[in-house]
Design a protein around this ligand. Sequence first.
Ligand SMILES: [Zn+2]
Length: 261
Amino acid sequence: MFITMLIDTHAHLDQLSDCPAALKRAYDAGVTGVIAVSEGLLHSQRNLEIARASTLSKIYLACGIHPSEAHKEDLNAMKEFIRDHRPDITAIGEIGLDFWYRWARKDEEIKSRQRQVFRELLAEALKYDLPVSIHSRGAWDDCFTIVKELGIRRAVFHWYSGPLDILDKILAEDYLISVTPSLAYSVEAQLAAQHAPVKQILIETDSPVFYRLPENKDEGFSAEPKDVSKTLELYCGLKKCDIQSTAEILNNNAIKFFKLS
Ligand SMILES: [Zn+2]
C-alpha cells in the first residue's frame, strides 16, 4: 500500500508523551495534516505553539472546551483566545456534551454547565464561520438537537457510537461522523461506519487514546497520528472498499469540511 497523503482529523497533540517524535513518525508515514483539537485554554495555547513550530505535517488548530472540563474552564477566556487568534484557528473543538460519566448524568448543575459551554462555543463557530468537532457520548440526541437548532452547517460527530435513528437525523442534515481505530472492536462504531455513506466520513485517531486489542483485552496501544492509516485500513476492511481510492475520498472530505488549503 502506498498512500501519499492522509489527514488525521482529530488528535490531542498536546497530550502526546513525545509530540515531535510522533509528528516525525506521522510525516514519514504519509500523514500530511493533523487537526489538533483542544480540551481547554491551556491545551489550545500548547497546540498553537505546536502548530507554529511544525516543519513537517501541517498542523491545524481547533480550540474548544471538552465537556469533561466544562465546569472547570473559564468560558470567557476561551472566547477571548478564539477572537485574538482567529487567523490561526481552523475549527472549534473538541466541544459537546457527555452524559456517559455517572457523575455528570446525575448532576443537573454539571449538565446545564456543559450545555451552556457547548451552546456558547457553537455560537463562536457561527460567528467566525468555523466547523465544529463534537463529542456526543451518551448525549447524542441532545447534541444533534442543539447543533441543528443553532443552524450549524459544518459539524462532525466525532467517534460516533450512538443509535442509528439519531445517526439518520445527523446524516439527513449533511453532518459528518468520524471513525477511529475503535473500528477494530466497537460494534456501535462498526454499525455507524457501515450505515453512513463514505462522503460523510472523516478518519482520525483521537491520539493519545489507548485502544485495547480485540484479541487480547490486556494489550493495546496509545494512538498517535500515524495510526490514522490503521483507521483507514479498518474502515476499508469493514466496507470492503479499495484503500487507495477511499483514502482520496476521505482526504477530500476533510479538505472540504475544514476548508484546508
Ligand atoms: Zn478527542
